[in-house]
Design a protein around this ligand. Structure first.
Ligand code: 5GP
Length: 190
């Protein structure tokens, strides 16, 4: 059996990675399992533990690092986020395609670490920096200080776009999703 494809979806905070991921999973007949990350970030009102993230304490996150449970983990604007390793491998070994929605440093680490050729990476690019700002503000979940920190981080993240297999402009959710799905299908045929 062919190993499942590892799909990396990255890009700056506020670009709409989550929206694109959900749109793809809801609207296309393509098998994709979403890898749920672990985080120390406080849970937002609309988020569900075990669906959006596994929300854990700093102590629990430390334990997972010590036990080498992460494929990668990163600190992002004051909180830590990590990709559980075993789950990703288990699914891929069963032939399932797995999508990681992660920030750029973690994405680089995964691209360096996973050395089979069943990996495809996407960098989602906002049409402009104002689009990031308005999306983060619309969410109404972060303080002004955190918003500014996320925007600063976003500016440096955008410089990493050329490390990815594909840069996708998120000018329209349906169009960008279609472009991603077409590229995944093409890769799956190889
Ligand atoms: P948020 O707090 O907005 O949910 O996530 C902040 C950033 O962390 C986003 O860019 C998100 O994609 C990223 N992120 C989520 N899970 C992981 C993970 O497991 N590893 C890494 N490196 N980044 C993650």
């Amino acid at each position: 059996m062919k190993k499942g494809l590892l799909i990396i979806l990255s890009g700056p905070s506020g670009v709409g990675k989550g929206t694109i991921r959900k749109y793809i999973m809801d609207n296309f007949k393509i098998q994709i399992s979403y890898s749920i990350s672990m985080t120390t970030r406080p849970q937002r009102e609309k988020e569900v533990d075990g669906v959006d993230y596994y929300f854990v304490s700093n102590e629990e996150f430390d334990k997972n690092i010590a036990n080498e449970n992460f494929l990668e983990w990163e600190e992002f604007v004051g909180n830590r986020y990590g990709t559980p390793k075993d789950k990703v491998e288990e699914l891929r070994n069963k032939g399932k395609n797995v999508l990681l929605e992660i920030e750029v440093n973690g994405a680089s680490e995964v691209m360096n670490k996973v050395n089979d050729d069943r990996v495809i990476s996407f960098f989602l690019m906002p049409p402009n920096i104002d689009a990031l700002e308005s999306r983060i503000r619309r969410r109404k979940t972060e303080s002004e200080e955190i918003i500014q920190a996320r925007l600063n981080k976003g500016r440096s993240e955008m410089k990493m776009a050329d490390r990815y297999d594909h840069v996708i402009l998120n000018d329209d959710v349906a169009r960008a999703s279609q472009e991603i799905v077409d590229l995944i299908k093409k890769k799956l045929k190889k």
